[in-house]
Write a protein that binds this ligand. Structure first.
Ligand code: PLP
Length: 422
């Protein structure tokens, strides 16, 4: 479900024509839809409402302040994985008591920041991290609210690089070692042990791995309870996938996910929170790009576009599929051509799609990469000294630039030449 549709032959984001945005802002450009963000958040939050926890948007998936503020106003919390993301969430207006700090390597300074801000929960992923957090909390005279992230040894996720819940992955405390880690955590006076967290991967299109992981969490909660350790919170992480390809590999909708939560964990009397990212933001964003050249190779026809792997790295990094549509509505029945859609970066990996059937393209045409709202702009870089792509937020018939394109001087502002080279 999204709000990018053709109207009078032109692709629109809600009520705004995409080519009007490009006219004003230039190409390439990320475009987000408020209505889509809102709908996705509400459907997910409504599905889990009965469990009384938080829905913490995973800031790593889209770190734009305006996007996070849009969600914060709907009641979203934030799942952050660095001190920087914590500050972004606070600046966007997320109350500290709705922030969860995840991640396998938090520094002392990040722990201090989290405690000073008074956030809801710090998810700890190892025994040494428990010890450091205890030390930091004691030095500040507070008790850190913690959950232990367990690794349930369940494989899931759309690609090996986004699987996080197998025992060979770096994440979480092995579920067999978790009881001892909990006993240790409970012995530390600077920690307030609140709960258990789990996050098994991303772009998960099937409920079975969730069910397997949640049953392990259930066993752990009951085992700890029998041992006198009573947890009041469960954090399910994120991971529910989104459809990247129309009609293919459609992930289950949030109410079906909620039914699994209910059947596995619903009777434990714990509040249940989640950290969705892709599900909220993925289909709420497009990356729009202009065709620069059509190049006839000896075996392929290349559409060279002005967006590149530094702007949207998912195809190069995870062999990810993104739907591509022209901004001018194709004529029904028009024959298609199989294009290799590539960017200008000097890497063969800078290829968005191979032999993708598209209506005939020419220089100056605009195309849109779909499902680019999550892990798009947030993973972009200045590789090849290319400026970061601007981001635009649409709301009904209005739009605003919510991150502008930097100037060349801004891109180089942090660099300096040592005096011996002057
Ligand atoms: N929570 C944690 C700890 C994560 O590492 C991630 C992403 O990998 C998420 C939540 C969000 O995952 P997704 O965007 O798949 O919902």
């Amino acid at each position: 479900m999204h709000h990018f549709h053709y109207r009078n032959g032109r692709l629109h984001a809600e009520d705004v024509a995409i080519d009007d945005i490009v006219q004003a802002v230039g190409s390439p450009v990320y475009i987000y839809s408020t209505a889509t963000l809102t709908r996705h958040f509400q459907v997910f939050a409504d599905s889990l409402k009965e469990f009384g926890g938080l829905v913490c948007f995973a800031v790593k998936s889209n770190g734009n302040t305006a996007v996070i503020r849009t969600l914060a106003r709907l009641g979203a919390g934030a799942d952050v994985v660095s001190g920087g993301e914590l500050m972004v969430a606070r600046a966007a207006g997320v109350p500290a008591e709705r922030i969860i700090f995840s991640g396998v390597g938090k520094s002392r300074a990040e722990m201090e920041l989290a405690l000073d801000e008074g956030i809801h929960q710090i998810n700890v992923e190892s025994v040494p991290e428990l010890d450091l957090l205890n030390e930091v909390a004691l030095a500040r005279g507070v008790k850190a609210p913690v959950a232990l992230r367990v690794n349930p040894d369940v494989g899931a996720g759309g690609h090996a690089k986004i699987t996080t819940g197998k025992k060979e992955n770096k994440f979480g405390i092995d579920w067999t070692a978790a009881p001892a880690a909990y006993r240790h955590a409970c012995s530390l006076p600077g920690l307030d042990v609140k709960g258990v967290a789990v996050h098994i991967g991303s772009q998960i299109a099937d409920l079975q791995p969730f069910e397997d992981a949640f049953l392990r969490v259930r066993d752990l909660v009951l085992m700890l309870r029998a041992d006198g350790i009573s947890l009041s919170r469960i954090d399910l992480g994120g991971g529910l996938g989104v459809p990247y390809e129309d009609g293919n590999d459609i992930p289950p909708p949030p109410p079906e996910y909620a039914a699994i939560v209910r059947s596995t964990l619903g009777d434990l009397g714990c509040s249940i929170s989640a950290e969705p990212g892709r599900l909220i933001a993925g289909n709420a964003g497009l990356l729009v790009s202009e065709v620069m050249f059509i190049k006839e190779g000896s075996t392929r026809t290349f559409a060279i576009v002005d967006a590149a792997m530094n702007d949207l790295v998912r195809p190069a990094m995870y062999e990810a599929f993104h739907g591509i549509i022209p901004v001018a509505e194709p004529v029904p029945g028009e024959a298609t051509i199989g294009y290799d859609v590539v960017g200008p970066v000097c890497e063969t990996g800078d290829t968005f799609a191979r032999q993708r059937p598209l209506p005939p393209l020419k220089a100056g045409d605009l195309i849109a990469f779909k499902t680019a709202g999550a892990y798009g702009a947030t993973m972009s870089s200045q590789y090849n000294a290319r400026p970061l792509v601007p981001e635009v937020l649409v709301d009904g018939n209005r739009f605003a630039v919510v991150r502008r394109r930097p100037t060349f001087e801004e891109m180089r502002a942090l660099e300096q030449v040592p005096e011996w080279l002057e």
